[in-house]
Design a protein around this ligand. Sequence first.
Ligand SMILES: [Zn+2]
Length: 493
Amino acid sequence: MHPSHVPAHRSTKASHEIAPGVIPSRRTTSRRLVGIFLAATLLTGCQPGSTTTAASSPTGPAAPPPATPTPGTATAPGLTAPQRLTTLAATITAAPGDHTTEPQQGRPTRGGDLSMTTGYVFHPEYLWHDTGTSAGLMPANPPAGIQPAVHIENPEAKRRAHELIHVSGLLAELTVIEPRRATMAELLRVHTGDHIQHIKTQSDLRGGGDAGDGFSPVGPGSYAIARLAAGGLIELVTAVARGEVTNGYALTRPPGHHATADRGMGFCLFNNIAVAARHAQAELGLPRIAIVDWDAHHGNGTQSIFYTDPSVLTISLHQAGCFPPDSGWIRENGAGDGTGYAINVPLPPGTGHAAYLHAMTEIVLPALERFAPDLILLANGFDASVFDPMARQMLTADSYRAMTRMLTDAADRLCHGRLVAAHEGGYSPFYVPYCALAFLEELAGTTTRVTDPLAAVVADYAAEPLQPHQNAVIDEAAQLVSRIGAHEIAAAP
Ligand SMILES: [Zn+2]
């Protein structure tokens, strides 16, 4: 049975008794202290658009907080800092039975469609891609004073996202699709033989090596795992093309969108989404592919692979000038036959919910309408979240939910719901899981009873209105939409 046809209380009954985000009693005190410290840090920090920072809060007695925390709603911006602390404390110390948030309704557009299902790809091997002892993104080098630590692209955020998807009960409502390893022929549709051999050679080294830029570790055996990531996305796209599932999410690792045809970079070995796109074109009868990339960093690898190809539209929303440096500007608009089919939206640092939704409305959706894809692929990075250490954007779990609804609605209108997401970045181990759950709930047209426990804390970020300097970028990039198809029109007799 598809979740959209289940009564509103169904997901509650199906969920496990232990609600993630709810803390067992023996750890309540320490978790509460951690939570309050976190909240205090955030609430006293610089919050754009905030009118309720600690410094400006009334000093008199605080009004009582809402009886029930309401994460994900717009009520929190009206709370004072002390009220918000109380709200967060109530959230993180609530007993399972206190979790009374009502399940939301599934997307209305899915209401009568009994055949709609969502595929899900995951494999434990994805967590075995060993990125070693780098300090963040710097290779460990004790003689140079760089202490060994954990690489920023480590398994933890992905592991926790998968676990939350499982424990929330959502996994039971998905169609699990087993990944396989991409073949050499499938990789060669995108990558050079030299690059594939380079990854294999590095992977065969006892201590591993690097994919190409000095910051992208290839662990021992990572060649096989990277093929399992690309092959997992191929299997998911295949299932969607055959109608076995309507849409899907591949929670794969290593990521792919920075990898070019001949070089790994930005923690990416093979460009999973490009390999899947070429497979869809070559084997599945889906010639027109749109790739939307909302990872906080520019999808430079994907763009470069399809830069002269009008059959693949690439749209990247990212933080301007973040990574790679000097990449992803508006002027990069495709070349040759592909002129007009690469769209970049370099959003200023600090861009949040309202501006991202505005960019979706003004650029992504009209571009998709104009291109009329047979399949929409999503390079799904959660590193534009407010908690991410690798970018400076301000999205929340609810932002991802809202953007996902826009994309699923577009896919419903344009290509029979065919939307396939590949996991890309996202480096906050404690927040990525909530973003991933919100995304996947929306994709599947259902909800669990797990809500974002930090929604009240980040409400000021979420409430920031569209800023003029953000709007200026979006306005400029929106002018590109009309160029889609212009080359084909100009070339016609
Ligand atoms: Zn990223």
